[in-house]
Design a protein around this ligand. Structure first.
Ligand SMILES: [Fe+2]
Length: 372
């Protein structure tokens, strides 16, 4: 994975140079409809005037993009004679752009999602507009096919360059600002204890956690330096989960977002806040082949990153950060919801968790998460 970070400047000079240098002449811009309100959206015509590259916009996709949107995007890419892709947006724009990139060289009319992915060299640049998913740093994309969530994975969908522009966060609503930060925070924490962690991934996790803790106040206050650093932190946390994937916190959070219509990062934060102390007191159920001593070392390392004296204090600090954001706890409307929640947890994701969690443990955790 070779990522080039293009520093932001008012005229997007560095971006223009990168596009020209990469021979990106007719660029499919995969972006949300609000892209024109962003500084970068307003500068695309300027870029055309300066470097000659042309931009073809594609915004015909919804949140949680479905396969038919990707097919439309591929059609636009082909009929407009595009040679490269620029994704501007959050998770949905990134997912759509990644799938277009992976499928664009498959035979036209194929059932792309079932075709074998052959890496291609279509230049692909990403401009993340939230500091959360880190999707611009991962090999994963999600697309809905016949209503079913499908994970599409290939290293060649990782963008070759990422532009960090802190102004994209200027108008981010407060709830979204908080929840996306917590998504990145959970990525870094979960990656650090994942059974798939490596020296490299743990270094990414440490860096991301420190950046988040050091910059969260200025980011929450919408200061340019905080915004810039949080974009970087989310990207680095994305690099960590690109290696390890997420763990039980994410496995448990998806149904919370669906049932209670809360943001993904909000749900993940509630889950990790309950999961962390639970794991500390159940580490004898260690599922990491490196053993319980390794796991204890990971928890000690996390404590140091969190600036806490003990692993327990680190978990408590995380929870106090979540509580301090005032994101709220959903209200359960009957026991049947606990049954739904318990059933929803993907066992494959749980396998990444370093402490074994059976059905009873999941049930206990959901009761803690939801305040009962
Ligand atoms: Fe996430």
């Amino acid at each position: 994975m070779n990522q080039i970070v293009i520093p932001s400047d008012a005229e997007y000079k560095a971006l223009g140079e990168y596009l020209a240098h990469s021979n990106m002449r007719r660029i499919l811009v995969v972006c949300g409809k609000s892209c024109d309100r962003l500084r970068i959206g307003q500068n695309l015509d300027d870029l055309t005037a300066r470097i000659g590259s042309e931009f073809v916009r594609f915004s015909d996709f919804a949140p949680n993009p479905d396969y038919s949107s990707v097919v439309k995007g591929i059609d636009v890419f082909r009929t407009e004679g595009c040679d490269s892709i620029l994704a501007i947006g959050g998770g949905s724009a990134m997912d759509t752009a990644k799938c277009i990139k992976l499928y664009a060289t498959m035979p036209p009319g194929s059932d792309y999602i079932h075709e074998k992915i052959v890496p291609n060299a279509i230049p692909f640049v990403a401009v993340p507009t939230t500091a959360g998913t880190g999707s611009e740093a991962t090999r994963y994309a999600v697309v809905y096919y016949n209503g079913e969530k499908q994970s599409v994975t290939d290293y060649s969908c990782i963008p070759s360059a990422v532009l960090f522009d802190p102004t994209v966060l200027d108008s981010l609503p407060e709830y979204h600002r908080k929840s996306t930060m917590m998504d990145a925070f959970c990525h870094a924490v979960e990656s650090s204890w994942s059974v798939n962690s490596t020296d490299e991934s743990r270094e990414y996790s440490r860096t991301a956690i420190r950046l988040i803790l050091e910059n969260r106040e200025s980011y929450l206050n919408n200061e340019p330096s905080g915004n810039r650093r949080m974009l970087e932190a989310a990207n680095i946390a994305g690099k960590a989960i690109n290696i390890t994937q997420t763990t039980a916190g994410h496995a448990m959070c998806y149904k919370l977002t669906g049932l209670y219509k809360i943001a993904h990062g909000h749900a993940a934060a509630l889950c990790v806040a309950a999961l962390w102390p639970y794991m500390l007191s159940h580490r004898d159920d260690c599922a990491d082949v490196r053993g319980v001593d390794h796991l204890s070392g990971v928890f000690a390392d996390l404590a140091e990153c969190m600036g806490a004296q003990t692993p327990e204090a680190a978990a408590a600090k995380f929870k106090s950060i979540v509580d301090g954001l005032g994101l709220g706890i959903p209200s359960v409307r009957g026991d049947a919801e606990y049954v739904l929640l318990k059933k929803s947890v993907n066992p494959v994701r749980l396998k990444n968790n370093p402490v074994r969690l059976d059905g009873d443990a999941i049930d206990t955790l959901y009761h803690q998460i939801l305040g009962e």
